[in-house]
Design a protein around this ligand. Structure first.
Ligand SMILES: [Zn+2]
Length: 245
């Protein structure tokens, strides 16, 4: 029908109109293609929750943590928010609130991110010292205690039928909500018997931690599908090399 209307317009105007529509279409298409390419390249880092303790999963937000070239996964404030959401510490609505907050308060958001990384590295050194049967450095324990003082726990009772459930709630500041549960989890783990079963992955560069809950305490790798299979492939290659000599 619009083609019939088009016939009423002089030919040169028809050509201009079709050209404008064509340019608009090409412009739209190229934008869509650019967006898809951008999204492919900006795929966020994937987080793993394999440690069996919240604080250790947080410490494991660096790839090859024990190597000379560690790979940071908490690159921007939004990564910290996403980690909290994936760890089920905040819901989607809260995550959006945090992201909106960071839009207007980028300096504060950057400070929280730096604080998170600082806490993570202190925990890394504490658990690494324990894994090597050393005493953690006093300044690292002091850094954790400082966070515990800064993020007090609020207990809230909830009735469940005839029973009661006691939930830990953080105060309402952003630092409390994003970092409090991590600090509490570290204090719980360090003060429990489970701390004796915290292991660092046997891969020399990986550096990830986990609580070994296997019956005979024989877990060596953060994930069998990752470092475990790398080691297996390496052993196979070395065996083959020996045979071929
Ligand atoms: Zn590993």
């Amino acid at each position: 029908m619009w083609l019939n209307g088009l016939r009423l317009i002089p030919f040169y105007l028809q050509s201009i109109l079709l050209l404008v529509i064509w340019i608009a279409f090409v412009y739209y298409l190229s934008n869509v293609i650019l967006m898809v390419i951008k999204e492919m390249h900006e795929k966020p880092n994937r987080f793993s929750f394999i440690a069996g303790a919240l604080c250790l999963d947080f410490v494991n937000t660096v790839n090859s943590h024990a190597s000379e070239r560690p790979g940071e996964k908490l690159c921007v404030f939004a990564d910290l928010v996403r980690w909290n959401q994936e760890a089920k510490l905040i819901d989607k609505g809260e995550a959006l609130e945090f992201l909106a907050y960071s839009e207007g308060n980028s300096n504060s958001a950057t400070k929280i991110l730096q604080e998170a990384r600082g806490l993570r590295e202190a925990l890394f050194r504490i658990f690494q010292a324990l894994d090597r049967r050393n005493t953690p450095a006093a300044h690292d324990l002091a850094a954790l205690n400082e966070k515990l003082r800064a993020f007090p726990i609020r207990l809230e009772l909830r009735s469940e039928g005839r029973d009661f459930c006691c939930e830990r709630k953080s105060a309402k500041t952003n630092n409390d909500r994003l970092l409090g549960p991590i600090a509490w989890s570290a204090a719980d783990l360090l003060a429990s018997d489970r701390v004796h079963h915290v292991r660092q992955c046997a891969d020399a560069e990986c550096g990830w931690f986990f609580v070994d809950t296997t019956k005979n305490h024989s877990r060596r790798w953060c994930a069998m599908s990752d470092c475990g299979s790398h080691a297996k492939a390496k052993r196979y290659y070395q065996r083959k090399k020996k045979i071929n000599r």
